[in-house]
Design a protein around this ligand. Structure first.
Ligand SMILES: NC(=O)c1ccc[n+]([C@@H]2O[C@H](COP(=O)([O-])OP(=O)(O)OC[C@H]3O[C@@H](n4cnc5c(N)ncnc54)[C@H](O)[C@@H]3O)[C@@H](O)[C@H]2O)c1
Length: 437
């Protein structure tokens, strides 16, 4: 009986999405050709090193990467073209950089062109990056036309919005329902086969690729808006002396209500930029979006609210002294190593530019900053304020012994943006004040 040959898949861009996605394909038995343009990152990956904090059923991504490299079925290559030529299908997970919320699609366009030129007969090109609506048609379909390859005839082309959350990637690649959009039935069918190679979740298909692109963008926008609701609720509850987390807990007992929680702001590359993907589409169609713009402004202002609060407490506590602020957690969300567009980083920058002495720690974030150190003891020593901005396991262990905080200035404030201490109980015996967002 003849067996079908294993899938050969190229994954272009081995970042937060592409690395675990490529490893999920490897785990399912595919031969993987990962393309990564960044030589430093490529070198680390080839040595089995990654700073990402993903795990699959408790097995860390580093161990999975090393197993994959040892198997001889997982290759790290420098170019999208080379990876595409080696494979039957290519998934593109290149990100879109931005400056002042303006997107720069040139890296993605370059990668798509490289892949389109290299794709042989019957090759599937699956774009999985989050894109402004219209990108697949303009930057993939038209490039294929330019290189003389007809989608659905010579090659296949489809769009698949990526919906995973960092930290849950392996689980969600297999279990999160998938959306697929393509311009023709044959491409949709081939994309379904390649996606089904790893996913056991449902696959919703559409021949409106723009609808698939928009569905992803609006998923992110609605999370941004929901978090803005929680932030505004938090301010109102604080003024009224009501516990915002209690309000949210009670409201969420309603089966059709799902309020999110307030925090230090909205970070990472997905949510804060979601509106930058949607606005050009709305504006091109002469539609105003006042609600979405207001929500974005609310979330963008939270780091300043937190920094002002810390400086005000320090000035009241120790007039004439330089405010000393310790910060725990720099990642854009709990238990992540991702500090891209991270509100905690912004809080530190605002504090430093307001003249405070900032001492921040986050054992999971690899980047260095002028105000970042290694030791929680160093950070809290003599501090007027300790800000808890994102959780990490090592910091939780350290804080499980609140006596460590006795090293802070008497009367110092613990400003808790992650509901870490819930009530602040136990801090008073160390002469500490407590404020929860
Ligand atoms: N990070 C997430 O949790 C997440 C979730 C859902 C969707 N997304 C979307 O997925 C896409 C990827 O996000 P990410 O967080 O993995 O980004 P990332 O920046 O971590 O990874 C992208 C990688 O692509 C590489 N790259 C750029 N051009 C290349 C080229 N021509 N050839 C090969 N490699 C190239 C970059 O060096 C980088 O390592 C984005 O569109 C993002 O919006 C991300």
């Amino acid at each position: 009986m003849s067996q079908s040959p294993p899938l050969k898949i190229a994954v272009v861009g081995l970042g937060f999405v592409g690395l675990p996605l490529s490893l999920t394909y490897w785990q399912s038995g595919a031969e993987v050709f990962g393309a990564e343009i960044d030589p430093g990152l490529r070198q680390e990956l080839k040595q089995g090193v990654t700073h990402h904090l993903e795990a699959d059923a408790g097995r860390p991504i580093t161990a999975i990467l090393r197993d994959a490299l040892d198997s001889g079925r997982y290759h790290v290559l420098p170019s999208a073209g080379e990876a595409t030529r080696s494979a039957d299908a290519t998934i593109v997970t290149v990100g879109i950089p931005h400056r002042d919320a303006v997107l720069d699609l040139s890296a993605l366009q370059g990668a798509l062109r490289e892949v389109a030129e290299a794709a042989g007969p019957g090759h599937l090109i699956l774009l999985r990056s989050t894109v402004p609506p219209g990108t697949t048609r303009r930057d993939l379909l038209s490039v294929l036309e330019q290189v003389g390859k007809r989608p659905g005839v010579d090659v296949y082309a489809a769009y698949c919005p990526e919906r995973i959350a960092e930290g849950r990637a392996f689980h969600e690649f297999r279990n999160m329902p998938v959306i697929l959009g393509a311009f023709d039935d044959a491409s949709l069918e081939r994309a379904r086969q390649v996606v089904s190679f790893v996913t056991r979740a449902s696959i919703a298909t559409t021949e409106s690729v723009e609808a698939a692109e928009l569905s992803k963008v609006i998923e992110n926008v609605q999370r941004d808006v929901n978090i803005a609701i929680a932030q505004e609720l938090a301010r109102a509850c604080e003024a009224a002396g009501v516990d915002v987390f209690e309000v949210i807990r009670l409201a969420n007992t309603h089966e059709r209500v799902h309020l999110l929680e307030p925090g230090p702001g909205v970070g990472g590359f997905c949510l804060p930029l979601a509106l930058s993907y949607f606005l050009p589409f709305a504006e091109a169609n002469h539609i105003e979006t006042p609600t979405l713009l207001a929500a974005r402004r609310t979330n963008a202002a939270v780091p300043q609210v937190l920094a002002d609060r810390a400086i005000a407490h320090a000035r009241l506590l120790a007039p004439g002294e330089t405010p000393r602020v310790a910060v725990f957690g720099l990642a854009m969300k709990d238990y992540s190593n991702d500090a891209r567009l991270s509100p905690p980083v912004e809080v530190c920058e605002l504090l430093a530019s307001a003249g405070a002495e900032v001492r921040a720690v986050d054992p999971a974030v690899p980047q260095s900053f002028p105000w970042k150190g290694e030791s929680p003891d160093w950070a809290v020593d003599g501090a007027h304020v300790l800000m808890l901005l994102s959780r990490q396991h090592a910091l939780e262990q350290w804080l499980a012994e609140p006596a460590h905080l006795a090293a802070m200035h008497h009367g110092a404030l613990v400003a808790d943006a992650r509901n870490w201490f819930a009530s602040g109980a136990g801090l008073q015996e160390f002469g500490l004040a407590y404020w929860r967002i």
